[in-house]
Design a protein around this ligand. Structure first.
Ligand code: CTP
Ligand code: MG
Length: 250
């Protein structure tokens, strides 16, 4: 059972930073990925609603493609969010890491828990969001939702020329591996310190906290929290939305 439905401990407020500034190169030509439509609604709006669906989240900071900040603001104005949810829009940077940092830089005081959620994961269920928040409230400095892998994973020596056969170096034991999703949840001060300290290029925020030597914990992820990355993912996302609509009785 989630604690999030109960009143939060006095003064503990949660904000969500949503990096949405990527181009979506792997999705192919078109608008920036976060602005592409899923069943007629921009992916970013699905993602913002998914986070705002948690009663604990009272601020959403959207990190927009730099040329589309005004467009993103008007999209957010046009799509109703819950009464309790405020939003801010800031322009993103060259890398995901830089975009998240820009979101953190504008966080007002008074938010002690921060979630970082990819706009490219528009369908994350609210129960996953709440499970992450619960684990941060329970004292973990960093929490990631993750799933076991279906595929066996091999470490290889990457080919110098694309398409060349690549030698396998190792096969990590699959049962010990997890595929990590978002939202990742953090004690705010820890995440800010991680972003100030770690300068290596990373693909998620929790790994920066790992580099500080702190323990990151994993909670169960959800298959609907998959990242829309390639064209086939758009088909899957729209199928999930269609199934939800049927189940909701529309
Ligand atoms: N992101 C961002 N700023 C960047 C790069 C990425 O805010 N400079 C965001 C994306 O908008 C996305 C999330 O980080 O919501 C995860 O990144 P990814 O799925 O790789 O998206 P893109 O970088 O847009 O896609 P691609 O790598 O295919 O270009
Ligand atoms: Mg990318």
């Amino acid at each position: 059972m989630s604690d999030v439905s109960r009143p939060s401990p006095a003064g503990v407020r949660t904000a969500a930073v949503i990096p949405a500034a990527g181009r979506g190169v792997r999705l192919g030509p078109g608008a920036p990925k976060a602005l592409r439509a899923l069943n007629g609604t921009p992916m970013l709006i699905h993602a913002v609603r998914a986070l705002a669906a948690s009663r604990a989240v009272s601020l959403v900071v959207v990190v927009a493609p730099p040329d589309e900040t005004a467009e993103v603001k008007s999209l957010l104005d046009a799509h109703a969010l819950p009464e309790r949810t405020d939003f801010l829009v800031v322009p993103g940077g060259e890398s995901r890491q830089e975009s998240v940092k820009r979101g953190l830089d504008v966080l007002p005081p008074g938010y002690d828990i921060v979630l970082v959620h990819d706009a490219a994961r528009p369908l994350v269920p609210v129960d996953t969001v709440d499970a992450v928040i619960d684990a941060v409230r329970a004292g973990a400095p960093a929490v990631v939702p993750a799933l076991p892998l279906a595929d066996t994973v091999k470490e290889v020596e990457p080919a110098r020329t694309p398409g060349e056969p690549e030698p396998v170096l190792a096969t990590p034991e699959r049962a010990r591996l997890r595929a990590v999703q978002t939202p990742q949840g953090f004690d705010r001060e820890t995440l800010v310190r991680a972003h100030e300290t770690v300068t290596d290029n990373v693909t998620d925020d929790a790994s920066m906290v790992e580099q500080l030597g702190l323990t990151v914990v994993v909670v169960p992820g959800h298959e609907e929290a998959f990242k829309v990355t390639r064209p086939l993912d758009l088909v899957l996302a729209e199928a999930v939305l269609a199934r939800r609509r049927l189940n909701d009785g529309f």
